[in-house]
Design a protein around this ligand. Structure first.
Ligand code: 13P
Length: 249
């Protein structure tokens, strides 16, 4: 039986006061469920507010959208994995496409960040995905496998097992253009084979989420793909009733 994960990435939206209002409405529309987990990725300054509001719900948790790879030091403006954990985060997005493509995060840095998350007790959601140009060149699988290998290059193979993966094609993020269930199936299957190769098979059980223009209409067909273990959602996670409905898919 699948235990799907619904992760809402708020990106740069919802100040603490908005988040309080959001969670009030969400919690009213989303009674506890044991068959799935819902994750919230608020902006770092909003994270403690959301964490406090999900504290008594084992089916809900909070994550941080980004961490620095060092534990402390002279890194003005950054947050460490330990600070995020102390603020209530239990998960960390690593290598989100906006970090890679807007902020120039390198594959090497994603590897360092996965190791930092592990040191602090955060579960990494390692995000991979190809650009439209890479897809049109037929490079999708090569690119996502390379990103996965780099992201786990600083941890032991056995430690990959506690992480999660998210396949988010760059061309599908915020564009309204979703991968078809067949596209997602092909890439998830390739990632799962690589997870198996990296871990001597145990890692094949690592959940792989799909992300990129997921909404209430396409969520069910994507979740029906056997290798899709959950959804990583941006825009459609920003409104509480809609998000509660999507998370009940
Ligand atoms: P959208 O759902 O808005 O396309 O964003 C996807 C995403 O980047 C989630 O991390």
């Amino acid at each position: 039986m699948k235990h799907p994960i619904f992760a809402g990435n708020w990106k740069l939206n919802h100040a603490p006061a908005d988040a309080e209002q959001f969670m009030k409405v969400f919690l009213a529309h989303y009674p506890r469920r044991q068959d799935r987990t819902v994750l919230f990725f608020p902006p770092a300054l909003t994270l403690p507010t959301v964490a406090a509001l999900v504290n008594d719900r084992s089916d809900l948790a909070v994550g941080v959208q980004n961490i620095h790879w060092e534990d402390h030091g002279a890194f003005t403006g950054e947050n460490s994995a330990a600070i995020a954990h102390g603020a209530g985060a239990r998960y960390a997005l690593i290598g989100h496409s906006e970090r890679r493509h807007v902020f120039g995060e390198t594959e090497e840095q994603t590897g360092l960040k996965v190791a930092a998350a592990l040191r602090a007790g955060l579960t990494s959601i390692i995000c991979v995905g190809e650009t439209l140009e890479q897809r049109e060149r037929g490079d999708t699988v090569r690119v996502v496998v390379r990103q996965l290998r780099a992201a786990v290059s600083r941890i032991q193979p056995s430690q990959i097992i506690g992480s999660l993966l998210a396949y988010e094609p760059v061309w599908a993020i915020g564009t309204g253009r979703t991968a078809t269930p067949e596209d997602a199936d092909a890439v998830h299957t390739a990632l799962r084979a690589e997870l198996g190769a990296l871990t001597g098979d145990q890692g094949r059980a690592v959940p792989i989420l799909y992300g990129g223009s997921v909404n209430r209409i396409n969520a069910a067909s994507l979740l029906a793909v056997p290798d899709v273990g959950g959804l990583l959602v941006g825009g459609a996670s920003l409104e509480p009733e809609g998000w509660a409905t999507l998370a009940r898919t």
